[in-house]
Design a binder for this molecule. Structure first.
Ligand code: SAH
Length: 335
């Protein structure tokens, strides 16, 4: 729901501003539509239903994985595809993974999103509406900006959306923004955001040359500066920055590379999440033994590290698999 549009419509209709607030409160708590907002006069409900679309996104397709993970494909009003994922855990955690852009202009070699056409930045409302879609069927309590796109290329909308999340049941402490290390947005996050929102850095290689091969953005924003800024953030916020490290067989998974990673990160400021590679075509995942040996090196260096569970892989809902163009079309475009 576009709250700017809602507020201006309420004003134009000559209604008091608190009516917009009431409508938003209903929406944030998962109301199915304007008709459910029983403390709003019927005439106003009808006028709003005409003037302010209840959602900025239209769900187009939904898939359910064997582990209960749901993936929804939406369209924006101007036709751009957006995907979001709801992960359900046994302990009651309900985590939504949202997109910040339709597609992604970066071209990380292991990520399917980077191979589809880039559409545009999403608005704050288009981000919040991904969450509301799931909120209407069940309570949600965690959120990660780990869907399509680079959140810090769209930092204003991402922060505006993040600031709306507590009303939906997701506190800042349970909100994580993940970045490739896009310095302008990262700098603003570190300097301007006082809310305890978690930061995650997609690192994938401690060696700059290898990182540039895997993630061309590394040429633009040097790793040293990115790491320094993340360290500043960890010190200021007194919370570790999560490091995401996707395990690519024979590429970035040797014990020597683990030791380099440990030296780069140190013991204090970071926590490493080792992510099993989800197939997107180009690489092989690391064998279990290689992942265990890699983690053992980090343990030895006393760098906190865990191996992350993969969810939703059978419906291409796992990390790096969000891409809406059929594979064959992606290939043709790449040629
Ligand atoms: N652009 C941001 C937000 C996307 S987060 C970022 O990169 O941080 C998505 C995470 O999944 C990133 O850590 C990304 O590197 C990782 N990823 C991409 N492709 C993957 C794949 N095929 N398997 C596992 N993880 C992948």
């Amino acid at each position: 729901m576009d709250l700017d549009l809602l507020e201006s419509c309420v004003a134009e209709l000559g209604e008091p501003a608190y009516r917009a607030r009431q409508a938003w409160e209903w929406t944030a708590r998962g109301a199915p539509g304007y008709e459910a907002m029983t403390n709003l006069p019927r005439g106003l409900r009808e006028a709003l239903a005409e003037a302010v679309p209840f959602s900025t996104l239209t769900p187009e397709h939904e898939q359910r994985a064997r582990d209960g993970t749901l993936k929804t494909l939406f369209r924006t009003a101007d036709g751009h595809p957006v995907e979001a994922v709801l992960m359900r855990y046994r302990d009651g955690r309900r985590s939504v993974c949202v997109s910040s852009q339709s597609g992604c202009p970066l071209t990380c070699t292991f990520c399917a999103t980077g191979r589809m056409a880039f559409g545009r930045n999403l608005t704050a409302w288009e981000i919040v509406d991904q969450v509301l879609h799931f909120r209407r069927t069940e309570p949600v309590n965690h959120l990660v900006f780990m869907g399509m796109g680079e959140p810090f290329m769209n930092v204003d909308a991402v922060l505006a959306a993040a600031r709306r999340l507590p009303a939906l049941g997701v506190t800042h402490r349970r909100t994580t923004i993940s970045t490739v290390g896009w310095l302008p947005g990262l700098g603003r996050f570190v300097d301007e955001v006082s809310e305890p929102i978690r930061l995650a850095l997609s690192l994938h290689a401690a060696d700059p040359a290898l990182r540039s091969e895997l993630m061309p953005v590394n040429e633009r924003y040097p790793l040293e500066e990115v790491i320094a800024l993340c360290r500043t953030h960890a010190e200021r916020s007194r919370r570790r920055v999560f490091v995401e490290y996707v395990m690519l067989g024979g590429v970035n998974d040797s014990p020597a590379q683990a030791r380099l990673l440990a030296t780069l990160l140190g013991r204090e400021a970071f926590k490493v999440n080792l992510i099993p590679y989800n197939p997107t075509g180009l690489f092989d995942g690391s064998p279990r033994a290689a992942m265990a040996a890699f983690k053992a090196e980090l343990d030895r260096a006393r760098v906190p590290a865990t191996v992350r569970l993969t969810r939703g892989r059978d419906i291409a809902a796992a990390c790096g698999q969000l891409a809406t163009a059929p594979r064959s079309r992606v290939r043709t475009q790449a040629v």
